[in-house]
Design a protein around this ligand. Structure first.
Ligand SMILES: [Zn+2]
Length: 97
């Protein structure tokens, strides 16, 4: 499962997909961490609980049993840069659904 992506600046790169062992894959499909949809493997971010394509376009590459971070890139960025340009300070505890 190797796909090539074209960035807005025209550069192309290969997105590496998760490469779990059959054992790990079976366990995680059962747990709901992975799921198959339209023949694509999706991985659930353990922070936002959303499913994203299990490749390096959506997850940072790490050393591990499937090669991808547990958190999606967006969550990682949010955690790493809590006061980033897009992040708002959580002074207002009101939750908008
Ligand atoms: Zn996330």
């Amino acid at each position: 499962m190797i796909s090539t992506f074209t960035a807005p600046n025209g550069a192309t790169y290969e997105a590496k997909s998760a490469n779990p062992t059959d054992d790990v894959l079976a366990r995680r499909l059962k747990k709901g961490i992975y799921r198959y949809e339209d023949d694509e493997l999706y991985k659930r971010c353990s922070r936002c609980k959303d499913y994203w394509p299990a490749d390096t376009e959506f997850f940072y590459q790490v050393k591990g049993d499937d090669g991808l971070n547990q958190w999606c890139k967006a969550c990682y960025q949010e955690w790493r840069y809590p006061n980033g340009r897009k992040a708002e300070k959580h002074e207002n505890k009101e939750i908008c659904a």
